[in-house]
Design a protein. Structure first.
Length: 191
């Protein structure tokens, strides 16, 4: 009887190792290309976003991110006897992240990431001050650094091609302090 119990315990101790072996994800280079939607202080911007990363093992990786604006935010406001039209555009954003993966199967991962980025935004305003006054316009570009953190998930249909969705919070530093909430969806490719 003691031999049967010892054999059962030994057999059960192998199960966690076997479960981890089944969730082994491919390591190496990967990339994503998709759309990101950023919200901050009543401004809603959209961007095409690309990432290039390297997964060292099941749990750790690093990735770089580049984005270019494709959706501006516009508003119009009555001021005095005229109007002011504003347009805000994301010019570009770049960031680097450390990534933690939690493989639930060879195809499906949960992920968390933390990193630092830089964002450049251009704001333009045009307006009129009433009848007989020439229109005026002004524009300014600002950029700010941010500490970024977020979570997401990815699923690879055939081991190479998949889809990834994530949420990232950008906490801006310095004179341009504030934050942005960024939601993204992307095609993912393992190389």
């Amino acid at each position: 009887m003691k031999i049967l119990i010892a054999a059962a315990v030994a057999g059960l101790s192998v199960l966690p190792a076997a479960a981890l072996a089944q969730t082994a994800a491919p390591t190496g280079v990967y990339g994503t290309l998709g759309y990101a939607d950023a919200h901050t202080d009543g401004v809603d911007l959209g961007a095409i976003e690309g990432r290039l990363g390297y997964r060292f093992n099941n749990w750790l990786g690093v990735e770089g991110e580049l984005a270019g604006g494709v959706k501006d935010d516009k508003s119009s406001q009555a001021v005095g006897g005229g109007t002011v039209d504003t347009k805000i555009k994301l010019q570009h954003e770049e960031a680097i992240y450390g990534v933690g993966f939690l493989p639930l199967s060879p195809q499906f991962d949960l992920l968390a990431r933390v990193g630092y980025g830089d964002t450049r935004i251009k704001a333009s305003a045009t307006g009129t001050a009433g009848v007989g006054i020439l229109p005026v316009s002004a524009s300014q570009s600002v950029h700010g650094g941010s500490w970024n953190y977020g979570v997401g998930a990815q699923y690879h249909f055939d081991g190479k091609n998949g889809i990834r969705g994530d949420y990232t919070r950008q906490e801006f530093t310095g004179d341009n302090s504030g934050h942005a909430d960024v939601w993204s969806i992307a095609y993912s490719r393992r190389f």
